[in-house]
Design a protein. Structure first.
Lengths: 340, 351
């Protein structure tokens, strides 16, 4: 009996940047999978390595960055070992990206339709007529009128430009789209429209998405799975519903209490005091130990592994067995102030 | 503390804004100007509200709705095209010279981006002492004491350890606390904050918001918060005003506006805000298209081209603010006001 392989299987991925101060371990041994049609939300605060992870998957890291170890199996090929030529053949066609602040990535001096056609003809090998038809189809897919193909980017609103970039990412029917903060700069109404577009893609085309964001409510509304990153590590991984119902990692508990919820206003919001550790010289033990109100001696010595805390749900915390008690304490602001 | 000591004077609004308008003329060719063709961006089109001393109001809306322009006018950083801003009984629109400077001491702005709010060459002490020097606090010990107090109040402790630090040595969260300290160092009565935490990570946002709330309460500060984020306004403000294309379309006590929105725009806006509860069933109110250009505003109610409930009258007449009771107002013909609109129309025609 053969077990179906996930579309993407990342194992112990490490990404490093050379800096003047030494090697920075931006992503330090993370593992996750994405199934076909699944939407994974990769969340965390700035500098946690979520964008680096996305760029490593496409091997488009900045010049001072490199994959320092691990494997990235995509349709059973390891992306780490593919040649640059093989990688180029795979970008856009199999994995594409909606980059950060992508509404500013369109070239202002070319018509939007021409930029879309470039992807379709140069990468997809279509002729101009085919490309034109496909462009109209793509615009329709993301909710743009096809007569707007002849517009220049400045004639589009921010939300329309964002959708045009999404259309571009979908141009060649990729299996996986990596969307890096696709709605962050958008107003809520437009944000909602763009997120609807993503949900629609999943339903209609079965495309897999890695949604990189700092906003847990965006994940709550669009993703099936969530992976919480902190200081280059995955701290918790779970089906979205389980994560919101039963978070295990203290960082996740903190995040949930720090996040305002319009439907259920909180008396006091809780902040996680302090800031993430320096990744050139990461601390011993758990990376979260400097900000964790529940840290015990062991947390400063031994790094907690990511282990299964319930079926399909993993967390990296030595004290996960006491989580029910910690969850209660985490709701109190005083608990978190004790660390500062 | 004696609660009964609240006098009628303290209940009177500290700030009252009446029919505030700001149009930015578009620079066009000389010929167009000669031809009398004067196009303008209609950023703010008749905004009125008041805030009691110690009270707080949140102006919310999408980008381009005029919320930041309104805040800047309140501090006289923009000159209004028309309208009045009554601060403690005095119209600040006409202030000049020493009077304007005296007003500026009493009213402060908290900036949005902490990373761009400081000179990288100034120590934190130098940045904080600057306003005191400008406003003539002559005694050096007094200045040091006040800088220390401001830093201490925003929970940067021990305060003296921050004096000789440079901005790049602080985290974003700490730096935003320094921004707050700087806006408090002159002991103002009024504080406007434009997107005070939008540049910060969620994990540290709450701490700053809590400090702002604490300080506002302790100092009996009157505050205006500008944000696109209604959950932030829900957390900080007693009154919420929803803006659309330079007008307040709905205003009232925060809980009422957010839990029972009346204006179709407010309803749509609130229904699209993501909620961190995957199990929750949501009904969103679809609205079409994007925000129209503020250069040529739609006729009548400016929301009518996108409104799922638009009627004939909405295209022709501007809905007046209607009192719904319990301190709530809404500008929408669904709740009446058709006759008043006729009156307003007649008056306008007569004028």
């Amino acid at each position: 009996m053969s077990v179906p392989q996930p579309l993407l299987d990342v194992r112990d991925l490490r990404v490093e940047y050379s800096t003047r101060r030494g090697t920075m371990h931006a992503v330090d041994g993370i593992s996750f999978t994405v199934e076909k049609g699944q939407h994974l939300g990769l969340i965390g605060e700035s500098g946690c390595g979520k964008t680096t992870t996305g760029r490593a998957l496409l091997r488009v890291l900045p010049r001072n960055g490199r994959v320092g170890g691990g494997q990235m199996f995509f349709k059973e090929r390891d992306l780490v070992t593919l040649s640059e030529r093989e990688m180029r053949a795979l970008r856009w066609r199999e994995i594409s990206m909606v980059p950060q602040s992508s509404m500013d990535t369109l070239d202002p001096v070319y018509r939007v339709g021409d930029q879309l056609r470039e992807v379709l003809t140069l990468r997809g090998g279509m002729n101009n007529a085919e490309a034109r038809a496909r462009s109209a189809e793509l615009f329709d897919l993301v909710g743009l009128a096809s007569d707007r193909l002849d517009n220049y980017p400045h004639e589009f609103s921010g939300g329309m430009r964002q959708r045009a970039v999404i259309a571009m990412a979908l141009a060649l029917n990729p299996d996986l789209v990596i969307a890096d903060e696709p709605v962050t700069a958008l107003d809520v109404i437009v944000q909602h429209q763009v997120l609807e577009t993503f949900r629609d893609l999943q339903e209609r085309l079965g495309i897999s998405v890695i949604m990189i964001t700092h906003d847990i409510s965006v994940v709550a509304e669009t993703c099936d799975e969530i992976a919480v990153m902190y200081a280059g590590k995955i701290m918790e991984r779970a089906p979205v519903r389980r994560f919101f119902a039963m978070p295990f990692h203290p960082y996740a508990l903190g995040l949930q209490n720090a996040f305002p919820n319009l439907a259920r206003p909180k008396e006091t919001l809780i902040s996680i005091e302090g800031y993430p550790p320096d990744l050139v010289e990461p601390p011993k033990g758990c990376r979260f130990n400097t900000r964790c109100p529940f840290a015990i001696e062991r947390c400063f010595v031994e790094e907690p592994p990511l282990i299964e805390v319930e079926p399909g749900h993993q967390a990296a915390c030595h004290r996960w067995r006491e989580v029910e008690q910690l969850r209660e304490q985490a709701k109190e602001a005083e608990t978190w102030q004790s660390v500062a | 503390m004696a609660v009964s000591s609240v006098t009628t004077n303290e209940r009177a609004p500290l700030l009252e804004v009446r029919d505030l308008v700001k149009h930015f003329p578009l620079r066009r060719g000389m010929l167009a100007n000669l031809a009398g063709d004067s196009e303008a961006v209609h950023a703010v089109n008749g905004v009125s509200f008041s805030v009691r001393r110690g009270g707080s109001i949140g102006l919310a809306g999408e980008s381009g709705c005029g919320k930041s322009t309104t805040a800047k006018m309140l501090l006289r950083l923009f000159e209004p095209t028309s309208g009045q801003i009554i601060f403690d009984g005095q119209d600040i629109v006409t202030l000049k010279g020493a009077d304007l400077k005296a007003f500026r001491r009493r009213a402060q702005l908290m900036f949005q981006n902490p990373y761009e709010s400081f000179s990288p060459r100034f120590t934190i002490f130098r940045s904080l002492v600057e306003p005191l020097l400008i406003h003539g606090v002559k005694d050096a010990d007094e200045r040091t004491r006040r800088v220390w107090q401001a830093l201490n109040d925003v929970n940067l402790q021990p305060a003296e350890s921050f004096f000789q630090k440079f901005p790049h040595q602080l985290s974003g969260g700490q730096l935003q606390r320094v921004v707050l300290a700087r806006s408090l160092v002159l002991e103002p009565e009024f504080l406007a904050a434009d997107e005070p935490v939008s540049m910060l990570d969620v994990s540290v946002r709450a701490g700053i918001l809590n400090t702002m709330k604490e300080q506002a309460a302790q100092r009996n500060l009157t505050t205006v918060y500008i944000s696109h984020d209604l959950s932030l306004i829900q957390y900080l403000c007693e009154t919420t005003a929803i803006m659309y294309l330079g007008q307040i379309v709905e205003m009232g006590p925060t809980a009422g506006v957010i839990n029972e929105p009346q204006h179709p725009y407010t309803k749509a806006l609130i229904s699209t805000i993501p909620i961190p509860e995957p199990e929750r069933k949501k009904t969103t109110i679809p609205i079409e298209g994007g925000v129209p250009s503020a250069i040529s505003l739609p006729s009548g109610c400016t929301f009518h081209p996108r409104c799922p409930f638009a009627m004939d009258i909405c295209e022709r007449k501007v809905p007046p603010p209607l009192d719904l009771g319990q301190g709530r107002t809404v500008r929408c013909f669904l709740y009446g006001g058709k006759n008043e609109a006729d009156e307003v129309g007649k008056n306008a025609a007569a004028a």
